[in-house]
Design a protein around this ligand. Structure first.
Ligand SMILES: Nc1ncnc2c1ncn2[C@@H]1O[C@H](COP(=O)(O)OP(=O)(O)OP(=O)(O)O)[C@@H](O)[C@H]1O
Ligand SMILES: [Mg+2]
Length: 221
């Protein structure tokens, strides 16, 4: 099987005065179904790395192959299309729309795909079943617990059947019970074939990963 993520000597220099070397010679391979945690102090380059992996930011040097495809020389449009079909994102603060129902929040993720509404609805309901939220489809987010909100956000992330789930502090706003339920869900998703990369400060989260890499001053250690 093709390596999902293959970074070789990736650099990201922000052109400030003086320039910031946010990533320096980062080399990393993530095979399919891996569950990788990235840990490091504030300002060490974790979000920059995640943005790079998510094709939200472009390295200033080096190579990033996603599913075998070299991404650094793709056009912005090609990168957006690849991101939409291959990558799901989960953030600390859920980013759910307050006035929309659970079902609508998940459906909106696929709006750009131009599937008809019935098909999007079916895929949204399937994703909500996968995360154990099929009984809350008509709720608005304010009536859900933090853990339930994060599970809805995860349903939105996996609705388009991505290969890779990128998570930035996914349990940062959750208590220990809700953290445990999100981590159980990650285990299930991985059994279903997803590759997961998580940035976290939480030892409970990194403890559940297969592998932990540390980043310091933009370098993996
Ligand atoms: N747009 C930017 N322009 C200039 N410097 C930046 C920019 N974005 C990030 N940086 C710098 O790059 C470094 C890495 O930032 P990054 O956000 O990746 O850190 P982080 O590990 O995610 O930190 P935290 O744990 O606080 O979220 C920091 O020194 C930061 O100040
Ligand atoms: Mg960050």
């Amino acid at each position: 099987m093709t390596t999902v993520i293959s970074l070789a000597d990736v650099c990201r220099i922000f052109p400030t005065e003086p320039p910031v070397h946010a990533l320096s010679d980062v080399t990393l391979e993530v095979p399919p179904k891996d569950y990788l945690a990235i840990v490091g102090p504030s300002g060490s380059g974790k979000s920059t790395l995640l943005n790079t992996l998510g094709l939200l930011d472009r390295p200033t040097g080096g190579s990033y192959r996603l599913d075998g495809v070299e991404t650094t020389d793709l056009s912005d449009g090609e990168r957006t299309a690849l991101r939409g079909s291959r990558i799901g994102f989960v953030f600390q603060s859920f980013h759910l729309l307050a006035t929309r129902t659970v079902e609508e929040n998940v459906m909106l993720a696929e709006l750009y795909r131009k599937h008809d509404r019935r098909r999007r609805r079916k895929r949204a309901l399937d994703a909500l079943d996968r995360v154990g939220m099929g009984h809350r489809v008509g709720f608005t987010p304010d009536r859900l617990s933090g853990g339930e909100r994060q599970r809805v956000a995860i349903a939105r992330a996996i609705g388009g059947d991505p290969a890779l789930l990128l998570c930035d502090e996914p349990t940062g706003n959750l208590d220990s019970d809700n953290t445990a339920s999100v981590l159980d869900l990650f285990d299930e998703l991985r059994e279903q074939g997803l590759t997961i990369v998580v940035i976290t400060h939480d030892d409970v989260v990194s403890g559940r990963a297969d592998r932990v890499v540390r980043i310091n001053d933009g370098r993996l250690t």
